[in-house]
Design a protein around this ligand. Structure first.
Ligand code: BGC
Ligand code: BGC
Length: 941
């Protein structure tokens, strides 16, 4: 033992002498030296400041215009956040140019340490225009094909490396346990097995056989730990995104840890910490999981990066945030505050962070940089540029699309679609929208609708694969000739990311439901294609869809869907998530004690084979139509019209048996469907109904005999009940919605929920007692000037909103409504407006915590008059309410808004400075409710 120690020391001394002698001692620049030697050599030469710099990661936006700071205060890393693209423009070449210029400046620093540049290449190099965009991970999980995922990761790595960048914030190996979470699509599925299966394959795809290969990039498993386990809906942790995972340690280990074990075993070079907490403790300060488990127990040798300003959430004092997070084991800080370097220095000098901890962090970061070969090849390899979006790369993505789509339902005789001599109608908002089929984290952080990059929409794919067939498209399903062989309806979600995707209601929008019904009404079988980041509630269209396909967020290669539908490939995908029947089943996961989903985890039809001739027909769904006297039963095959029928159908409503029925007929225009007539009492949408059948005389047209069945669940399509006005309608009393996020606030008002955008929409059914004018008041909170749009029939009104940063209520607007049940739509165009409730009144009102009183206001003073340049205006309001005070010129143009807010009863004065305006006559108008008072003011200059 002693001897060994002695000889080692001797060798070290000798080699130090030798190297000192031989060169200017830059061992770390010698590519033939071992990585460990290089790291130690470099570390020994670094000042504490330089070490701290390696631990900081800045955003491109704060560096690209200030490149020289990279030479004077070198940092370890740069990242591009979602949508953060080069100033010069978003082309692969411009990325490479930008990267090279950043690196050039970094290399001018004293020790010439190259930066490592990270980006969210989470489904292809998705920020970059013209890159190949793969299905999001939820779809990759359905392929159950880790080899294919590895190929996809290799392609992504090549397309990242072509732009010079060398690090992806992926794979996301979250195990999403509640599909209301806005990041559900970023994970491979609801089971730890999927995370495990894909973590290893993606890490090895990104990092290659060796990290310093020309097309290898560093991978980053995220978000450690438990990001997919957050709990929804309790007041203390209402949000799923960045929320709290409440689980025993053994459950955390069983559900959320296995993916990391497999990523670490595959050699992942970095891990990103989650914004979320485990049992109330924020992960960014969680030493137990980061250091004790990840680094020590699992033996993770790479470095740990924080999430976007994630450490800032630990404490109000930033220095404390740094202390807690670095001591918890975080090695690199994403988006540090400007004081970070100085704060770290003082934490080190005061001993609150040990130099040992700093050295450990820097060692880990430098090791990955050396492994990547960055010191030898710091610049972009431009020969790779031609591979970005190449047809070979797109072919891999298309294979992923084919294998990820899940066939959920099919009736006989429809699939595969005929390629020639058929007429196909295509409809729906996601049929011809590249941005929608790519989802969030594409070009922009939140993604975007429309033609955002190069690629093939689902519609274009259909046309490409079946040029010999007539394909007519109308997004809204308006066709001059509705006679066709098939109707394809492509609907689902629009792009979102992170918290903007947290959703309270995953039902299809009323427009989408109406569209499916309309297309079914044209007579041809309906093929429903869902483009979405998670399972949606499809009960409203289940019955109207003869085939259902979950296409997830397939990315740019929409032709992969067509290739399966037309039979060039067999369907293959298996669900990576349980598909629930309704919102109240959520959260639902495979293995739950009570598990009766619409489609189970792992389900997927993997062939086009029809049921054998003569086999018993299978009832696929039962619908109570909006006329509650008729039930529709639809089957997997064509049925023959009943001649004599002696069997019995019996229906229960909320466990009460209704009189049984013997009336059954084949539905006109759809011989897969029987209509059963019942004499029910009124059925509400919330009623639960079942149907049973006994008999032997109903048959399919190929002679299969329908077997008796018991208590099949009935989809209740009864019309929704409307809300009688005047009333205060809480925002979550909607009948239908899109992109709505319910945000409980806990400020004491009843039902504290708000909705917000982007492009949020909610629809309300109101019952109007008498036709006439109704005044709508909104309780809102807004962080910008914006508007709320209200539409009814052909009326479209916009309510302007100014920044409130706090609680307030906007002006009322007047809406003229006919008597009876009416549908009113509310839209919020921006992220930053939150709506709480809408009060429908019969008179213009003031608002006092939801109670309303009519009021008026008067102008009582305008002094001096004539004036130059200022005048004082006095006004009085007798009750609390929304007041505006505006100035108009003699042509009626508004020149100034002096007041726009809720004010309690009282007398007020306001000063108007008109120095910018020309001499003349102006009108000052005070308005409260629909009451006006106007005074003349004469400006004499
Ligand atoms: C996300 C991460 C992402 C990072 C950088 C964060 O908001 O949570 O997943 O890698 O931003 O864009
Ligand atoms: C960035 C994203 C980041 C997010 C964090 C956005 O501005 O573009 O990359 O994940 O902020 O909240």
């Amino acid at each position: 033992m002693w001897r060994k120690k002695y000889s080692l020391a001797l060798i070290v001394t000798l080699s130090a002498l030798f190297i000192h002698d031989n060169s200017s001692a830059q061992i770390y620049l010698d590519s033939t030296a071992s990585i460990q030697t290089r790291v130690e050599d470099l570390l020994n030469q670094m000042t504490t400041d330089e070490k701290i710099g390696q631990m900081l990661q800045l955003e491109r936006g704060s560096v690209e215009n200030n490149l020289s700071r990279l030479s004077t205060f070198p940092v370890g890393s740069i990242l591009s956040g979602g949508g953060s693209v080069p100033n010069a423009g978003n082309t692969p070449l411009k990325w490479a140019n930008m990267y090279d210029s950043l690196q050039t400046y970094a290399l001018k620093s004293r020790l010439k340490i190259p930066i490592i540049y990270g980006i969210d290449a989470v489904h292809g190099n998705n920020n970059v225009y013209s890159a190949t965009i793969f299905p999001h991970n939820i779809g990759m999980g359905c392929t159950r094909n880790p080899e294919l995922a590895k190929q996809a990761a290799q392609v992504t790595a090549t397309e990242v490396r072509a732009t010079g960048l060398n690090w992806t914030f992926g794979p996301c190996i979250a195990v999403p346990r509640d599909i209301r979470w806005g990041r559900t699509y970023e994970g491979f599925g609801e089971t730890p097995e999927l995370a495990q299966m894909f973590a290893a394959s993606e890490v090895s795809g990104f990092q290659g056989d060796t990290l310093n290969g020309p097309t290898s990039i560093l991978a980053c498993a995220k978000h450690f730990l438990g990001d997919g386990g957050t709990i929804f809906g309790t007041s203390s942790s209402a949000l799923l995104d960045q929320g709290n995972t409440i689980l025993s340690e053994s459950s955390v280990r069983l559900i959320h840890l296995p993916g990391y074990i497999s990523a670490v075993n595959a050699g992942v070079g970095s891990v990103m910490v989650s914004f979320s907490s485990i049992n109330g403790l924020k992960m960014h300060g969680n030493k137990y999981w980061i250091t004790d488990v990840l680094k020590n127990e699992l033996g993770f040798k790479g470095f740990v990066v924080s999430d976007w300003r994630g450490i800032d959430q630990l404490n109000n004092d930033y220095k404390t945030c740094l202390e807690q997070s670095v001591n918890a084991g975080i090695d690199m800080i994403m988006i540090p505050q400007t004081t970070a370097a100085a704060d770290m220095q003082s934490l080190v000098s005061s001993g609150k962070i040990s130099l040992g901890r700093i050295d450990d962090a820097v060692r880990r970061i430098l090791t990955e940089k050396f492994k990547l070969g960055l010191f030898e090849h710091p610049f972009a390899n431009r020969s790779l540029l031609t591979q970005v979006g190449s047809s070979a790369n797109r072919a891999v993505a298309r294979q992923c699309v084919r294998e990820s789509m899940v066939l959920l339902k099919k009736k006989d005789g429809i699939l595969p679609l005929r390629k020639t001599n058929a007429r196909i109608l295509v409809a729906g908002s996601n049929a011809d929208d590249l941005g929608n089929q790519c989802g969030g984290w594409t070009i922009d952080w939140q993604g975007q609708s429309g033609n955002i990059t190069n690629g093939t929409t689902i519609l274009a794919g259909l046309k490409k694969i079946a040029p010999g067939t007539q394909i007519d498209y109308s997004a809204t399903g308006v066709f001059t000739n509705t006679k066709a062989d098939y109707s394809l309806v492509v609907i689902g979600e629009r792009p979102y990311a992170e918290m903007y995707g947290d959703a309270f209601d995953l039902r299809l929008s009323a427009n989408d439901i109406a569209l499916v019904k309309k297309m079914k009404g044209y007579g041809a079988p309906v093929i429903l294609i869902l483009v979405s980041g998670r399972p949606l509630i499809i009960e409203d269209v289940l019955h109207y869809s003869d085939v259902i396909v979950a296409a997830w967020l397939p990315g740019t290669e929409g032709d992969g869907i067509a290739e399966v539908l037309f039979g060039d490939y067999q369907p293959k995908g298996l669900l990576s998530h349980t598909w629930p029947k309704n919102m109240s089943q959520i959260p639902i996961n495979y293995g739950d004690p009570s598990y009766t989903p619409r489609y189970a985890y792992g389900f997927g039809i993997q062939n086009f084979t029809d049921s054998p001739s003569g086999s018993a027909p299978v009832c696929l769904s039962v619908l109570l139509t909006s006329n509650p006297h008729f039930l529709e039963l639809t089957f997997n095959k064509q049925m023959s019209a009943p001649s004599a029928f002696n069997g019995t159908f019996s229906v229960t409503q909320n466990n009460t048996t209704l009189p049984s029925s013997h009336k059954v007929s084949l539905k006109t225009g759809d011989s897969t469907t029987f209509i059963v007539q019942i004499d029910s009492i009124q059925i509400q949408r919330s009623d639960i109904c079942t149907i049973s059948y006994t008999g032997g005389d109903l048959q399919s047209s190929d002679g299969g005999v329908l077997q008796s069945f018991n208590s099949l669940e009935v989809i209740n399509g009864a019309t929704p009940t409307s809300i009688a006005i005047p009333a205060k309608i809480m925002v979550d009393n909607y009948f239908d919605m899109n992109n709505i996020f319910i945000y409980p606030l806990g400020d004491g008002d009843s039902n504290d929920s708000f909705i917000f955008g982007p492009q949020a929409m909610a629809e309300y059914f109101v019952n109007v007692p008498t036709a006439g004018t109704y005044y709508l008041t909104f309780r809102i909170m807004s962080f910008e000037s914006s508007s709320i749009q209200i539409s009814y029939g052909t009326q479209n009104l916009s309510v302007p909103i100014s920044t409130t940063n706090n609680w307030t209520t906007t002006n009322s607007i007047a809406l003229t409504l006919p008597a009876g049940e009416q549908k009113i739509k509310v839209k919020i165009p921006s992220y930053n407006v939150l709506l709480h409730w809408i009060n429908f009144n019969t008179e213009p009102t003031s608002v006092n915590n939801g109670k309303t009183t009519p009021f008026t206001a008067r102008l009582y003073q305008n002094f001096p008059n004539p004036f130059n340049p200022t005048t004082t205006i006095g006004y009085e309001i007798p009750a609390k309410g929304q007041v505006t005070l505006k100035v108009f010129d003699m042509l009626g143009r508004e020149v100034s808004m002096l007041v726009d807010e809720i004010k309690p009863a009282g007398e007020y004065k306001v000063t108007w400075d008109a120095s910018m305006l020309p001499s003349g006559v102006y009108l000052i108008q005070v308005q409260a409710g629909n009451y006006f008072s106007v005074k003349k003011a004469i400006l004499l200059k």
